[in-house]
Design a protein around this ligand. Sequence first.
Ligand code: ADP
Length: 191
Amino acid sequence: MRLIIMGPPGAGKGTQAKFIAEHFGIPAISTGDIFRANVTAGTPLGVEAKRYMDAGEYVPDEVTNLMVRDRIDEPDAEPGFLLDGYPRTLAQVEELDGMIAFTGHALDAVVVLTVDQDEIVQRLVQRAELEGRADDTEEVIRRRQELYTEQTEPLVEVYRQRGLLLELDGTGEVEEVTQRIFEALDVVPQS
Ligand code: ADP
């Protein structure tokens, strides 16, 4: 199973990604989590990424693409994977197409969680208090939302045209959203 989960910042992708990955026995690969782990460990990748992340900007495609390519090459991703936070740009879509084609497989579905922008800012400000993420200040949240609309939202149409899109309501209780996703995914034929 090769899946992508998309949605604006704070749509709950990370939370749902873990449930989906567990359900299908595949790793959830979150580019945001990998960047944050590198920042914490103080690796050169982390030092580079932090500059962008703290400002709410996207890390350059070359850096992100290489990191995802390495991660997808790991043995645990051989049966499939769920990508959370990637691709975020049209250039990343192309890269990912190449990576997947190389393995002889295909993408099975792209889940998009839709949520109200105002509710999102509230959620993210709360998360900042709980987790202390440096990129969860109101100004940075707005910048991330702006970038999502400009650079990432166009990807929804790309995947819609490919017939891969599952557009689902991301509001409500966590379990309700999970249920919606499972119902939609359980009827997707696996390649
Ligand atoms: P969000 O809650 O906004 O979805 P993530 O945890 O997915 O945040 O990502 C946090 C930050 O990591 C992003 O704002 C960006 O700086 C960087 N990042 C994550 N994935 C990518 C990507 N695919 N391309 C570029 N930058 C990325």
